[in-house]
Design a protein around this ligand. Sequence first.
Ligand code: SDX
Length: 393
Amino acid sequence: NTGAFTYDPGFTSTASCESKITYIDGDEGTLLYRGYPIEQLAEHGDFLETCYLLLYGELPTPVQKQDFDTRVTRHTMLHEQMARFFSGFRRDAHPMAIMVGVVGALAAFYHDSTDISDPHQRMVASLRMVAKMPTIAAMAYKYSIGQPFVYPNNELGYAANFLNMCFSVPAEKYEVNPVLARAMDRIFILHADHEQNASTSTVRLAGSSGANPFACIAAGIACLWGPAHGGANEAALNMLHEIGNLDSVDKYVAKAKDKNDPFRLMGFGHRVYKNYDPRARIMQTTCHEVLNELGIKDDPALDVAIELEKIALSDEYFVEKKLYPNIDFYSGITLRALGFPAEMFTVLFALARTVGWIAQWKEMVEDPSQRIGRPRQLYTGATQRDYVDINKR
Ligand code: SDX
């Protein structure tokens, strides 16, 4: 149970890899970052502590934590020229489209952190990505609502700084609610890494060719966008709103079970978890905390989600197929309550997952045995045949 997978030198040699970063036991519903349970990290630490742990492999001492926080904080601002990229996008562009474009463009600016053979440059690239993602994400949001960009305020903590960049406006005083900032920080911890999921595998494959680290992260963002992956949080909230009320839940559960109906319960099921996603439990608790703090007594989407979970977990279809709520099931309700529109949900997922992508990328490029990824195929096409002249076809 070390979380290591043996290389298969044969047909699927790039379909599995060895890593020391994150361990998942899908049957038990266990998630460990460098051996520490997600429940303990979410309860006792903050997101930058989790970033340090994922990047360096150990929990930081107080001095190491202070130094790391300071170094990340020093990289939160974006090159002023980058702000002009945003004006090239339509105002109604999906913010994930903006994120792919702007993060990829970092490769055109920060030439002093792209020599991946230099350990110092690798770490600078890592710090830059962790530090700048909240700034870029907040700018994407501000651009979409036509409000002025808000610069980072390094007096604030990581999550509070992000909320301030998203929700403060020059015209009036804005105070970040510490309960909501703590909830945001915990949500980042839950999304930080998740072993070899589709987007992390994308970053590893792109990075295995020696590509620019910022460009590799942009590839990960593109993959995460899909509704089967990181886009499920936006799709799950849209689904809960479509169901609308408790009376319609049974109808949608029946649709999800109907093999002829493409409808699936968004936020349910997982490639690995065949038990409750441990992150979903913490997300549900966080959801209640945020709604209570905001005085939201009855949220129809939450009522539908709780009823849907209750019915699905007692229905033999879902029990037999081991389909449980995953992290995306409650996150949409929580993020909406925090003030984000559904289009921003996957952006927040990408913001948090950046440290996981970077940690996995670093582990791979620092592995002396690492070679370029080359997924193999099982050829099922035509056997060899001769060309036929067009006049004889
Ligand atoms: C994330 O990999 C990661 O770690 C990802 C992630 C991360 O942190 O990086 O955890 C984040 O992507 C979470 C997943 C978010 N996606 C969704 O919530 C979308 C809805 N879920 C499904 O699309 C689906 O469950 C997947 C894509 C997540 C997994 O699909 P699989 O691999 O087909 O699931 P499975 O093999 O367990 O399915 C078993 C059966 C299948 O039916 P049969 O072919 O056996 O008849 O269950 C069915 C599936 O069709 N099924 C569902 C279902 N999910 C699977 N039926 C109804 N509703 C669902 N949500």
